[in-house]
Design a protein around this ligand. Structure first.
Ligand code: SIN
Length: 482
């Protein structure tokens, strides 16, 4: 792959590091070919990244908010100037269609633009004192060194969503990028350097020894905060590791999103929403629809129209024109999706569309629609993370809410109805952090992204997104009587 944004080693303290860990390959899932070999980092290199972030902290936090804001703004502009090239890197290493990859670049860059603006609005409070001679002043300060582990499904945006508020708040940052998709992270480092981010403020570790690298990032006492996007299973382990040094944490974990279509919904809009929410990134996002609940009066019309829409989705190499759904990330992902589909079929579900591997190759799973699904099937209780849409029929509003809430997950959910009373009733009853109402895509930098229950802790983006990177300090000012 030809690109002046292509780097193949960790970026630590403003330098491309000759890592001490094992080298590893980055593959193009669409072609099954190697893109390049990465010079891997190990745990010692990760400690060097913590050294660098710790050393860089005093000077970065001493800059004015306006100075930090200007550097972030420049980073945003450089990313947007290189949008096409960055999108090609995402498609090559991750597989999503080029138009979607371009969407991710803008989505990711928007977090940087947003927090460049918010950097200047980190306000405190003045509170009447407990006596006439005192006042209470509250200030907010950046928490310190922040570490993060990010996933392969959004190799750009999941980094910017964490790094931008951290840097805006005056924190320094170390991210371990996913081994499947390190090139997008390293390209961000390259552009960050060109934007003027000082050495040690933004560090990217790429290495295969995930447990050892993760142990440094979750236990080093110099790190004040850890942020993770990934599975609930891994998140729980990392959370336990963070407990040893009582780190503040943000956890953006797995979902099991219900998509509820009521009898009064606009069926065409509901189908459009279901397709985008289910098949975005080949179903590999934590906010992807996982279970589609359809009320009995609209069931037949919805199933027919959804199957028709899914039959028109073009599966293929994301670099090719007109492709809607790309390959899945690796063989394990294919295996897990196939086993959920096979289990559902043996438990009585019917395949309306797709159901298995396409002839295009071993990582291409056909967009699939399953009917006669019941809520207890594995395909409905587990996070699918693939292009499979299971449909379940329901009768009443109460039943739909109870079914939707019957899970440990609580990230995103979606409802389609034109009844305003129902919109409020159901939105308030659903135990989720985010509710799409007649909308299948809800993520943007202005809104608070995050989940409840076992889907996570904290919010990313929006005016709330800075809070996770700030500490509140109370100043008790006495002796004011003179
Ligand atoms: C994720 O899958 O983790 C993020 C999805 C999004 O930002 O919309």
């Amino acid at each position: 792959m030809n690109s002046n944004l292509l780097n193949t080693a960790s970026y630590i303290n403003g330098k491309w590091l000759n890592g001490q860990g094992p080298a590893f390959q980055v593959n193009n899932p669409a072609l099954g070919e190697e893109i390049c070999t990465i010079n891997g980092a190990n745990e010692n290199d990760t400690v060097s990244a913590v050294d660098a972030a710790t050393a860089a902290l005093p000077a970065w936090r001493a800059k004015t908010a306006k100075q930090r804001s200007a550097i972030l703004r420049r980073w945003y502009e450089l990313i947007m100037e290189n949008e096409d090239e960055l999108a090609r890197i995402i498609t090559a290493e991750q597989g999503k269609p080029l138009a979607e990859a371009k969407g991710e670049i803008a989505y990711g860059a928007n977090y940087i633009e947003w927090f460049a603006e918010e950097a200047k609005r980190i306000y405190g409070d003045t509170i009447p004192g407990a006596s006439s001679s005192s006042r209470i002043v509250v200030i907010k300060q950046g928490i310190g060194v922040v570490s993060a582990i990010t996933p392969w499904n959004f190799p750009n945006a999941m980094i910017t969503r964490k790094a931008a508020p951290a840097l805006a708040a005056g924190c320094t940052f170390i991210v371990k990028a996913a081994c499947e998709t390190p090139l997008s992270a390293l390209a961000l480092a390259e552009l960050g350097e060109r934007a003027g981010i000082p050495a040690g403020v933004f560090n990217v570790v790429v290495g295969q020894e995930a447990e050892k690298i993760g142990a440094v990032l979750t236990t080093d006492p110099r790190i004040a905060k850890f942020s993770f996007t990934g599975s609930t299973e891994v998140g729980k382990k990392l959370l336990a590791q963070c407990a040893t040094t009582v780190k503040k944490t943000s956890m953006e974990l797995g979902g099991n999103a219900p998509f509820i279509v009521f009898d009064d919904a606009n069926v065409d809009e509901a189908v459009k929403g279901a397709v985008i929410s289910k098949f975005r990134n080949a179903g590999q996002t934590c906010v992807c629809t996982n279970r589609i609940f359809v009320q009995q009066g609209i069931y037949n019309a919805f199933v027919e129209k959804l199957s028709n829409a899914v039959s028109q989705l073009k599966l293929g190499n994301g670099m090719d024109n007109g492709v809607d759904v790309g390959p899945m990330i690796n063989k394990d992902a294919i295996k897990s999706v196939q086993s959920l589909v096979d289990d559902a079929i043996s438990d009585g579900a019917q395949v309306n569309m797709g159901g298995g591997l396409s002839k295009l190759g071993e990582l291409y799973f056909e967009p699939t629609v399953l009917v006669n699904v019941t809520p207890s099937m594995n395909v409905a209780t587990e996070e699918i993370f693939g292009p499979v849409a299971p449909i379940i029929k329901f009768n009443t509003e109460e039943e739909a809410v109870a079914l939707a809430n019957n899970t440990d997950a609580g990230l995103a959910c979606y409802i389609y109805t034109r009844d305003i009373g129902r919109v409020w009733r159901v939105s308030e009853a659903l135990e989720y952090g985010m509710v799409g109402i007649n909308e299948g895509i809800i993520s943007n930098e202005m809104a608070p992204f995050g989940g409840v229950k076992q889907s996570g802790i904290g919010r990313e983006g929006s005016k709330y997104g800075l809070d996770d990177y700030l500490e509140i300090k109370y100043l008790c000012m006495g002796g004011l009587d003179g």
